[in-house]
Design a protein around this ligand. Structure first.
Ligand SMILES: Nc1nc2c(ncn2[C@@H]2O[C@H](COP(=O)(O)OP(=O)(O)OP(=O)(O)O)[C@@H](O)[C@H]2O)c(=O)[nH]1
Ligand SMILES: [Mg+2]
Length: 460
């Protein structure tokens, strides 16, 4: 039978590092009695059982049934209510072979630990008030961060800035609600309390809406911005794609029409995560397959967050180039093959580039980062660091709840405007306060909590 996350009385254990050979593997064990249980399969049981908070104990892990040695280990001890989880906890550093990790986990299970559910350690940290739901989600984002930008964003949310802002918004609302309910219960007076006016509700709603809107930027850190390399056949798109990737992924050849289907790869430019797309050259296609490729190139370019448009400086500008650039005026323009003396100088605002030698690449990367900065909610990217430090949400769960809060606040505003009954206003404000509370987990149901934490990896 599947254990429930809410059964927090069980001591639990799981591997916190990925399975596979490595220098070290870490096993986590937590819950009431976990230090004594771990001591029961340790060569120095008394040293481990009496260890202080944050003490490291060296010894050997033993099979509790046979006494057989499994590995020489280092155990880090955390005592409730301190430590990252707020419960008694032992982290065992083992040698990182899959065989050792498997045997060690089996030993802990034989000693009485239940296998932890995904995210169960974080869930318990949440229950013990060590982090709220926004911070828990930030922790998962940090573990998943694939780029420098995503790492910095997740760490910022983990720092609690967003949680604090949400808590302040909610406590303002709860204050208003308390006044309103007191008036409903005891007051003979008609009308809404003094603090409750359409203007102040409007300001609250605007802030909630701004946070909801920040999701567009927040999620880009996880998904990456799509950047399409476009241009006529033979312009050097695949060469530039490979150069940015630092590997020979896309086929480069002298004959035009080499790339037929698009290829996508993840890269990082000045800390921003990017999904770079190489496309078929844009021209009047000669066959059905190429025509389909060209149509797809246009479609991809139209939907991309940014486009790098490559022109072969030897071939020069053609009417097709002008037509494309007129339709996508924000495209970053690259004047390629400047190493070839037959080419003319780069016309404004083209950036000179040689995909063959790499000349001009830093300026092109900087232009790309600058063009993408607003999409990532950054004012600018000087030296590759975040410009402005606005709060952003990155989970769709948070975004949907912010939308719900904004809609309820808008309803309250309208009600106030037409003199609606106070109890109807109270309902709307309660709905908004609950939606905000659910974001940080203050009022989240069991179901919501399970849904959030079950997306974590094992051992987290
Ligand atoms: N001299 C020089 N040659 C280049 C440069 N970039 C690309 N080439 C050459 O130009 C030819 C076409 O390059 P690709 O990268 O395949 O061009 P493409 O735009 O992907 O072409 P299609 O896939 O056919 O649309 C190849 O022979 C490359 O070696 C450059 O910077 N300098
Ligand atoms: Mg190509």
């Amino acid at each position: 039978m599947q254990r429930s996350y809410l059964d927090s009385s069980a001591p639990i254990a799981a591997l916190a590092t990925p399975p596979g050979p490595s220098a070290l593997a870490v096993l986590r064990a937590a819950g009431p009695g976990s230090i004594e249980l771990a001591a029961s399969c340790f060569s120095r049981p008394r040293a481990l059982a009496s260890a202080r908070h944050r003490e490291l104990v060296h010894g050997r892990l033993l099979d509790p049934a046979t006494g057989e040695e499994i590995d020489e280990i280092l155990a880090a001890v955390f005592r409730a209510p301190r430590g990252p989880i707020g419960e008694d906890c032992v982290e065992l550093s083992l040698h990182g072979s899959p065989a050792v990790a498997r045997r060690a986990l089996a030993a802990l299970e034989a000693a009485g630990f239940a296998p932890a559910l995904p995210g169960e350690f974080s869930f318990r940290a949440f229950l013990n008030g060590k982090l709220d739901l926004v911070e828990a989600e930030a922790l998962r984002e940090l573990v998943d961060a694939g780029s420098e930008g995503a790492r910095a964003e997740a760490l910022r949310r983990l720092g609690g800035g967003l949680s604090a802002r949400l808590a302040a918004l909610r406590s303002g609302l709860v204050g208003l609600l308390a006044e309103l309910e007191a008036r409903l219960d005891y007051d003979e007076e008609e009308g809404a309390p003094a603090g409750l006016e359409a203007r102040s509700l409007g300001a609250l709603r605007a802030e909630v809406e701004a946070l909801a809107a920040s999701y567009a930027a927040g999620r880009l850190y996880e998904s990456g911005a799509r950047v399409v390399v476009a241009g006529r056949p033979n312009a050097g798109k695949s060469s530039l794609f490979n150069l940015l990737l630092r590997e020979e992924r896309s086929i480069v050849a002298g004959e035009p029409g080499t790339t037929r289907d698009w290829i996508e790869a993840g890269i990082e430019v000045e800390g921003l995560p990017i999904r770079l797309v190489d496309t078929a050259g844009l021209r009047e296609a000669e066959g059905e397959a190429e025509a389909a490729g060209v149509a797809r190139s246009r479609d991809l370019a139209a939907r991309a967050e940014a486009v790098i448009y490559v022109v072969d400086s030897v071939a020069g500008l053609a009417p097709e180039d002008e037509a494309f650039l007129a339709a996508r005026p924000d495209a970053i323009r690259a004047w390629n093959k400047v190493d070839d003396p037959r080419g003319g100088p780069a016309p404004e605002p083209f950036l000179p580039l040689s995909a063959a030698t790499g000349a001009g690449l830093p300026a092109l990367a900087a232009a790309l980062a600058e063009a993408l900065a607003p999409r990532f909610g950054r004012a600018a990217v000087p030296g590759g660091r975040a410009g402005e430090e606005a709060l952003r949400v990155a989970s769709s769960r948070q975004k949907l709840l912010l939308d719900r809060a904004a809609a309820a606040l808008a309803a309250a505003e309208r009600g106030l405007g037409r003199g609606a009954a106070l109890d109807a206003l109270a309902l709307d404000l309660r709905e908004a306060a609950d939606a905000l509370g659910e974001i940080t987990g203050e009022v989240a149901s069991e179901e919501v909590l399970e849904a959030v934490f079950s997306r974590f990896c094992l051992g987290k």
